[in-house]
Write a protein that binds this ligand. Structure first.
Ligand SMILES: NC(=O)c1ccc[n+]([C@@H]2O[C@H](COP(=O)([O-])OP(=O)(O)OC[C@H]3O[C@@H](n4cnc5c(N)ncnc54)[C@H](OP(=O)(O)O)[C@@H]3O)[C@@H](O)[C@H]2O)c1
Length: 234
């Protein structure tokens, strides 16, 4: 039988039909920092099980205890081992070394890179050009046995960590190679009130997304703001 446009067989998948990720454990490498701590807080507040990672387990335990909400702390290796989704929130300087050292622990995991390779000079922030194209592509190159996605670049750690703010009014661009993995990350972003995860292409497009943070920093400086982004008409 020939299928028609209205038959279920030919109906395109609803792009907002996202998986239930509520049972997945989220680890945050570098979770003692501003961005990691902010994401850990927002995800844990939304009901996600979160493990903060650090180079030193005691720093992770302290950060986790401060957050409460069932957040646990561990060294980065244990954090990676125990998590289903691992967000990379370390500075660009430590990115390659951190991931290389955790290759075994990150094998088979969904790794979500939010690292923005930036430089600063007297003109302000500017995007660096990683040899691999972007931080996310560097992660993919260093972690051949992991599933790498990129997301959470355009968030303000100040707003994420501000407990007086209930909703984070921004979209998150999610990039990756496998639709199923991208949708998991979109769903994770969508757990945070006010936030949407929007598919924004393959990892080869990650440089633009990472680089755009330099522009947002210029916006923030001029307008004394914590700017985010909205993708309109989706
Ligand atoms: N801040 C933001 O608003 C924001 C927004 C979007 C994306 N990001 C990205 O998120 C990442 C983290 O930003 P952040 O502001 O949270 O940075 P951060 O506070 O400077 O660093 C985060 C954590 O990374 C660990 N770390 C520091 N140097 C390291 C190194 N050389 N190797 C491995 N780990 C190291 C530290 O944890 P331990 O000492 O406990 O290991 C630190 O607490 C950056 O790549 C940034 O581009 C930040």
């Amino acid at each position: 039988m020939t299928s028609t446009a209205s038959s279920p067989a030919s109906a395109p998948k609803d792009p907002w039909d996202l998986p239930d990720v509520s049972g997945l454990v989220v680890g945050v490498l570098g979770g003692t920092g501003d961005q990691g701590r902010g994401l850990a807080y927002r995800l844990a507040k939304a009901g996600q099980k979160v493990i903060i990672g650090s180079r030193a387990a005691d720093r992770a335990h302290a950060a986790a205890a401060e957050l409460g909400l069932g957040v646990e702390g561990a060294d980065n290796a244990e954090c990676a081992r125990r998590s289903d989704i691992v967000i990379v929130a370390v500075p660009w300087d430590g990115h390659a070394k951190t991931l290389e050292s955790l290759r075994a622990e990150l094998a088979g995991k969904l790794v979500v890179d939010c690292v923005n390779p930036l430089g600063f000079d007297k003109k302000g922030a500017y995007a660096l050009k990683p040899e691999e194209g972007s931080a996310a592509e560097q992660a993919a190159a260093l972690l051949p046995e992991s599933r790498v996605a990129a997301a959470f670049h355009h968030l303000s750690a100040v707003l994420l960590q501000d407990h007086s703010i209930d909703e984070i009014d921004t979209d998150v661009m999610v990039l990756g190679e496998e639709r199923a993995d991208v949708e998991i990350v979109q769903a994770l972003a969508g757990r945070i009130p006010g936030m949407r995860g929007v598919f924004a292409g393959r990892l080869r497009g990650a440089h633009q997304v990472e680089a755009l943070v330099a522009n947002l920093i210029s916006v923030n400086r001029r307008y004394k703001a914590h700017a985010g982004l909205r993708v309109t008409d989706v």
